[in-house]
Design a protein around this ligand. Structure first.
Ligand SMILES: Nc1ncnc2c1ncn2[C@@H]1O[C@H](COP(=O)(O)OP(=O)(O)OP(=O)(O)O)[C@@H](O)[C@H]1O
Ligand SMILES: [Mg+2]
Length: 353
């Protein structure tokens, strides 16, 4: 019983619109990530669900019940914040036991539940350690165990992995995903890390200046972004601007035709399209297709290589490939190509080309 419904929810702090007219439903058991830049309203949304902040407008329903005016302790919510906020004077066991103790659960039950929770986050042997005797990743797991030990309806996680180094973060991400799936607990995760959002979530809300830009599966927001902001926030994108030639594609300002599906767009209307760098092919200059360009920069990323290119018509383009799959050196003249199926026409109106 953990589904959440936001119904026209807004939060203002004086002149600041921290959250604007948010209407979205989170399914029971869903892992939903709120992704957005700093100050976009992510923490505010979690505070509204937790009841730490009251909305300026709208309603929040949990499992069908209007909780807009309920106290935080009446909401059955587990919270993990970026700073783990463990009690330094309590050992691991007592930290995890805390939510059960305040709920007045019997000692035997507490012992069993804490032991199970610690086993679940692989901290069995460390129950008598103090937080300061644990690594950052271990402390984070204690915070997680404390958040779910009392079987809350909803888990709210505010950048819980932000303080961990990359390797540890990836490890805890895998554990977090497995834990969430096993417990089947409705989870709202806040992050500004697009890879974390893409890898963990059933769906992602992309937020900018308090306004939801898009909600969709990782694949939808990455491959079919609703606008330029979403396209750019989810990773590098080649932005192509021009006018629609109905049934054929997009005629760029530079004169080239980019073939793509044009749907019901009217002939001659301004539009913008994106192509992700890993969908871009580099062809020899002699190839009879594609956009003529010159390699400006070549970036080695370990698992990938990325090329920054200047099209002859002035456009900047980016290509990426598994190292060894394509090759080009700085200064090389190439042709840049892609399949029409990899061109996504942004649903928003484009700037006039
Ligand atoms: N208590 C408050 N009083 C006044 N303004 C606030 C308050 N809390 C948040 N804000 C403002 O509301 C906006 C959204 O803040 P919020 O903390 O939700 O952002 P965020 O997306 O979590 O950012 P970050 O990634 O930096 O944590 C910001 O402009 C912030 O300054
Ligand atoms: Mg925040």
């Amino acid at each position: 019983m953990g589904a959440i419904e936001f119904d026209g929810v807004a939060k203002r702090y004086g002149p600041v619109h921290a959250v604007r007219d948010l209407s979205v439903q989170v399914a029971e058991g869903e892992f939903l990530t709120i992704l957005g830049p700093s100050g976009s309203g992510k923490t505010t949304i979690l505070s509204l669900v937790a009841g730490l902040t009251a909305p300026s407008a709208g309603r929040i329903l949990i499992a069908g019940r209007d909780v807009t005016h309920l106290e935080p302790q009446q909401r059955r919510i587990g919270l993990v914040f970026q700073s783990y906020a463990l009690f330094p004077h309590l050992d691991v066991f007592d930290n995890v036991a805390f939510p059960l103790v305040v709920r007045g659960r019997p000692k035997v039950e507490i012992a069993a539940k804490v032991a199970a929770a610690l086993a679940r986050v692989r901290l069995d042997g460390l129950a008598r350690r103090r937080p300061q005797q644990l690594s950052g990743g271990q402390q984070q797991r204690v915070a997680l165990a404390r958040a779910f030990v009392f079987e809350p309806d909803i888990l709210l996680l505010d950048e819980p992995l932000g303080a961990l180094d990359r390797k540890l973060r990836e490890e805890v991400q895998v554990e977090l995903k497995a834990l969430q799936r096993d417990l089947g607990i409705t989870t709202l995760l806040v992050t500004h890390d697009q890879e974390e959002a893409l890898s963990l979530s059933d769906r992602i809300i992309v937020l900018d200046h308090g306004a939801m830009q898009q909600v969709g599966t990782p694949d939808e927001v990455y491959r079919r972004p609703a606008n330029r902001f979403v396209a750019g926030f989810l990773g590098l994108a080649n932005l192509l601007e021009g006018r629609v030639e109905a049934g054929r594609g997009l005629r760029l300002g530079s004169g080239e035709l980019v073939a793509c599906a044009t749907g019901t767009r009217p002939e001659g209307s301004a539009a913008a399209a994106i192509v992700r760098p890993e969908r871009v092919r580099l062809l020899p200059e002699s190839a009879g297709e594609g956009i003529a360009a010159r390699v400006r920069q070549d970036v080695y990323l370990g698992h990938l290589r990325r090329w920054h290119l200047d099209a002859d018509a002035g456009q900047e383009l980016v290509a990426a490939a598994t190292d060894g799959d394509q090759s080009a050196a700085i200064g090389d003249r190439v042709r840049v190509s892609w399949s029409p199926a990899d061109v996504w026409l942004l649903p928003e109106a484009g700037a006039a080309a």
